[in-house]
Design a protein around this ligand. Sequence first.
Ligand code: FAD
Length: 492
Amino acid sequence: MLLGLHHLIPAFLLPTGFFPPEQVVFETQRLNNTGLPVPNPTHSFWIDSPQANPLAKEGSSGPLTRDADVCIIGAGITGVSSAYHLARNLGTGKMVVILEARDFCSGATGRNGGHLTPPVFIGFYDRQQKYGTEEAKKSYALENYVSSKLLKIIKQEGWDEDLDLVEGGRITMFMTEEEEQKARRDWETARMAGLERVDEVRWLEREEMQAKHGTSFPGTFFHSHNLWPLKLVSKLYSLAKSQGLNSGIDIRLHTRTPVTSISHINNATSSSARRWSLATPRGQVNCSYVIHATNAYASFLLPQLRGEVVPTRGQVIAIRPNLGAQVGRSSWRGNGGFEYWFPRYRREEERPLVILGGARDVAPRFEKDETDDSVLNVEVGKALRGFLPPLFPGMYDPNQEVEWEWTGIMGYTTSSAPFVGPVTDGITSTRVEEYEGQYIAAGYTGHGMPRAYACAEVVASMITADLSGRGNEWTAPAWFPRHYLMGHNSSA
Ligand SMILES: Cc1cc2nc3c(=O)[nH]c(=O)nc-3n(C[C@H](O)[C@H](O)[C@H](O)COP(=O)(O)OP(=O)(O)OC[C@H]3O[C@@H](n4cnc5c(N)ncnc54)[C@H](O)[C@@H]3O)c2cc1C
């Protein structure tokens, strides 16, 4: 019999995570219709720290851009990465407009845990079983690609300090023997398959964890990063705008401009030669191509994704430990991935601010089908507050006041893979006629930081190819898994 965490910590101190597997919830889907993002979200450390979001209300008043080659819906990491890739490749004389329902980057990207961490090998066994070795390997290659590309841009542009980039690595803590054994199986199968980076994984025994990190659970270490996601996206937008200007491409942003519907333009009766008309409370915007970068909210404009991209609420707290530098600089993942945290150090502060998210597993439906990020879940908040103190004795005070607490909405898919590429009329259908010119990159299942940039690149390259009449010649990058394509990624 496997010895679980239950044997090590008194039951009343048990961290969260001992509930039925999360995917079971999909079988009892409520299929609520997703609406627009709520107008008054909770305040996140990333967004609401002073001067953190200079683009917050960009383009929210004054004249609305009425005509564009490409309309991007959503100004998170997907929408802005799409603009960045289009600004480099679309061709001179083109117009790209981003329409955002709330403030700039006020969705999941502005409310997440701040980790830019490809999983390296975690979960490999299941992905290999589901999609085969090559497809599974590509899904890891895509994340390594994103991480190395973003880091390259950050270094080249000298953004490291502005983004609070930390190369502290990732420790995955195994709180039960089941978790450790699963990870060992992932690691073995990944090694057998020749997965890149797997040799850099270091296994940390209990003694080493105790001596170095003050916890008695074993784990693994590999290289990874954390940063300020909103600041990355803000800088990427400014870079896209200036690169666009240099190559004759106009990139514009209209925040507080929700898209409420999309309709086909009848070119026989309309003066516009565009394909699609996007309705907003500020007026119509006509365009030839649409990119749905709305993640959790995708099914509002694409009802075929109802129950397929499931809005799922995540909650995060920011707390101070009792100690200073001893807390280390690594980011952590524990309880099978339900909790994730990392310490942020500021020069003037003695103790770091620890950003900790998770604990959805104490909610009966894992916070699935929840679209309201203006509220906190009290039970989830309690579980988050109680999570770290028993794992790191003496390091955290269970009665410590939290400094920040917020929620954000993630887009979960039944397969865990995102939907990328031309919009189809169903998730197992490859028919695109009805949606010609509409593309999507969404549904990262709570793990978009190391994926969105590449999914946006794929979509942007498809549009660029189509626009230049070479759509049929488009070929997927070597790192792109075919099962990410909408129409090809059912959970079967
Ligand atoms: C609490 C939490 C913790 C997380 N932690 C991590 C982590 O540590 N690492 C990681 O990799 N990932 C994490 N994620 C997931 C990650 O943040 C997302 O996968 C990623 O940010 C998705 O980016 P996006 O641009 O696709 O979506 P979003 O950032 O959500 O952007 C979509 C935008 O579309 C806008 N929008 C929606 N509908 C419309 C409409 N009709 N008209 C106009 N605009 C519209 C929204 O307002 C929003 O700004 C976390 C998410 C949350 C919520």
